[in-house]
Design a protein around this ligand. Structure first.
Ligand SMILES: CCCCCCCC/C=C\CCCCCCCC(=O)SCCNC(=O)CCNC(=O)[C@H](O)C(C)(C)COP(=O)(O)OP(=O)(O)OC[C@H]1O[C@@H](n2cnc3c(N)ncnc32)[C@H](O)[C@@H]1OP(=O)(O)O
Length: 184
């Protein structure tokens, strides 16, 4: 992965173990918000990512590139692929049971991805220090060990739940996501 210093964990950043109250290995991760473009089931042209955590600390997911996700004829739009990486990375950092938002997302596009392709995504944490979490993801064509089409490195910043109340509509998330204490 080509990455900048901004998404490279500094010395001393720690890779957290699975959270004791996090989902057990093998758990399917539901959508955090039905209208989410990445995982929501009420978003007709969304990515409809299906995810599972194999170990409570990383995420594996599948995303099938649809007709609505094209950039050039019958090929996935790069921004849509970046959205898939953002989503799977966001899911993985949420396993540590704190709310984070994307501060920076860097993407390497390695292969074109035709419409109809199922991308097998994987995201993991390379370290956390203070409010900064350094994460990485990859998307492989057709199978978990298929050719790599996309790689991403990201810096996520921890925020309070008040972030979503101040800038968005926390209640819409809170009604769906019962395992967060809502105290903005
Ligand atoms: C999503 C809802 C979830 C709610 C419920 C949770 C359930 C989740 C379940 C499942 C999750 C699934 C998936 C979601 C996936 C999608 C995630 C997204 O796409 S999130 C949307 C896009 N991102 C934004 O909209 C951020 C917009 N930016 C901001 O709001 C601010 O800039 C923010 C919070 C990132 C930082 O602002 P400050 O005022 O709090 O803090 P400052 O002091 O500026 O930054 C803190 C430190 O981080 C560095 N930093 C911040 N942004 C940086 C950047 N872009 N590059 C490098 N460093 C950066 C700063 O330099 C600073 O570092 P120093 O402490 O001084 O060392």
């Amino acid at each position: 992965m080509t990455r900048s210093p901004l998404t490279t964990p500094p010395p001393g950043a720690v890779v957290p173990a699975a959270h004791p109250e996090g989902p057990p290995p093998g758990t399917a991760l539901g959508s955090h918000y039905g209208r989410c473009f990445g995982c929501g089931t009420d978003q007709p042209t969304g990515l409809h990512l299906k995810a599972v955590t194999p170990d409570g600390a990383t995420v594996e997911a599948e995303f099938t590139v649809g007709e609505a996700h094209q950039g050039s004829p019958m090929l996935a739009h790069g921004g849509v692929l970046a959205a898939a990486m953002d989503e799977v990375i966001g899911m993985s950092v949420y396993l540590f049971r704190k709310p984070y938002v994307t501060g920076r997302l860097e993407t390497d596009y390695v292969l074109p991805v035709p419409v109809g392709t199922t991308l097998h995504l994987r995201a993991w944490c390379n370290g956390i220090t203070g409010r900064q979490a350094y994460l990485e993801a990859e998307g492989r064509i057709g199978a978990p060990d298929g050719p790599v089409a996309v790689r991403a490195a990201a810096l996520f910043i921890e925020v309070g739940m008040g972030h979503f109340a101040k800038h968005g509509d926390l209640s819409a998330i809170a009604t769906e996501l019962q395992d967060y204490e809502v105290n903005p």
